[in-house]
Design a protein around this ligand. Structure first.
Ligand code: GLA
Length: 383
């Protein structure tokens, strides 16, 4: 499509969406997360232009925008183009001269489902534009640039997880990320397991007020502890003992949010250990505990997601299930024995529809590689 629209052969880049196995709302508290990149991605096709113009076309929205490289917007307007424009704004702010180009975006990451479609757009755009400028950054810096685009331009107060896994994911692996120093460990997923992603069809938005409200409560709890222990800069540094001593000095909801974050950090590190030992029983137990905490202490679930998790429990092949992503809707992640995955998906869909009266989309995914350049020949009909 790029060639036909812009009459120029593009270079093409792909950046995946993600599913988070465990570690929710811990990234901005400098804690631990364990996501995996999935086999849904955004493709960004780019070619240079000599007229100093920047054309950005979204195949998904069937919409093209045109700007002058010398006069790019400096603020978001609540449009799909905010995401690529945010990346350009951050790159320009870092001192890169943005040349004219045509960019086509196409993606199959379901939108607004908690699978990081926006991070995939940002990372694919950043890779494409950087290649045009002739600059290459490490995956960690690439992720920071894209997170800044989301925080500073789009105006969503998200952490680093989504952009980091999109940039750094590895095939057949989850990634245990320490959001303090961005060091990470790749954790192999047993080859006979599948990532079954069940979309509740309840819309999720990170820019939503609920996400921001939870983040504020987490920060409020942290400040109450830091009052006594100034070395606690983020909840990553706090312990359950701190909550016992000073929990009474924070609003009850802040205490519950903090209990989720502190215990979630422990569960996330423990789940990586369990997976490395191939202890799937323990992995599943930790995922169940994480869902309970997310639903009851963090109160970021919704009746539909709780139903999707509950209805999976006694289906053959299930290892563990929980709501994944920013919360308040979106998808559950089910770690499932691969041989059982198709029957599992079918039965879960049937049960959910019978209970909730909504037809869910269920995807059987694999952990895929992170953002990369792709060759035209490897794609059919997508370029
Ligand atoms: C969204 C944000 C992430 C992270 C998760 C919750 O996906 O973009 O940074 O905070 O929610 O774990």
């Amino acid at each position: 499509m790029h060639l036909a629209r812009f009459k120029a052969e593009p270079a093409i880049f792909a950046a995946p969406g993600r599913v988070n196995l465990i570690g929710e709302h811990t990234d901005y508290a400098e804690g631990f997360v364990m996501p995996a990149a999935i086999d849904f991605a955004t493709l960004a096709a780019i070619s240079p232009r000599a007229d100093g113009g920047i054309a950005i076309y979204s195949e998904n929205f069937g919409d093209e925008r045109f700007f002058q490289a010398a006069g790019l917007p400096t603020a978001a307007v609540g449009h799909w183009s905010d995401y690529p424009l945010g990346v350009l704004a951050i790159l320009a702010g870092k001192g890169h001269k943005i040349p004219g180009f045509s960019l086509s975006l196409w993606g199959d990451v379901p939108l607004g489902s908690g699978l990081s479609s926006s991070a995939a757009v940002e990372v694919a755009t950043a890779l494409a534009v950087l290649s045009l400028i002739g600059v290459s950054y490490s995956g960690a810096i690439l992720a920071r640039i894209c997170q800044r685009a989301e925080n500073e331009f789009v105006g969503a107060s998200s952490g680093i997880m989504d952009q980091f896994i999109s940039a750094n994911g590895a095939e057949n692996h989850a990634l245990l990320l320490d959001c303090r120093d961005l060091s990470y460990k790749l954790v192999p997923l047993p080859h006979d397991t599948a990532l079954v992603i069940a979309n509740t069809m309840v819309k999720h938005a990170v820019s939503g007020s609920e996400y921001t409200a939870r983040r504020a409560e987490v920060e409020e709890a942290c400040a109450a502890i830091a009052h006594h222990r100034p070395e606690v800069r983020f909840l990553r540094d706090a312990t359950l003992d701190d909550l016992e001593r000073w929990g009474g000095e924070m609003p009850p909801n802040a205490l519950k949010r903090a209990r989720h974050v502190i215990t979630e950090n422990q569960r996330t590190v423990a789940a990586a250990d369990a997976l490395l030992r191939c202890d799937l029983t323990e992995t599943g137990r930790l995922m169940a505990a994480a869902h309970w905490s997310y639903s009851h202490d963090f109160e970021a679930s919704c009746p539909e997601a709780d139903a999707m998790v509950e209805l999976a429990q006694d289906l053959p092949g299930l290892i563990g299930a929980r709501l994944t992503g920013g919360g308040f809707g979106g998808c559950t992640i089910n770690l499932v024995d691969r041989r059982n995955a198709p029957a599992f998906a079918e039965r879960l869909a049937g049960r959910y529809e019978a209970r909730v009266r909504i037809h869910p989309e269920i995807h059987i995914c694999r952990a895929s590689g992170g953002a990369r350049r792709v060759e035209l020949g490897a794609l059919t009909g997508k370029s």
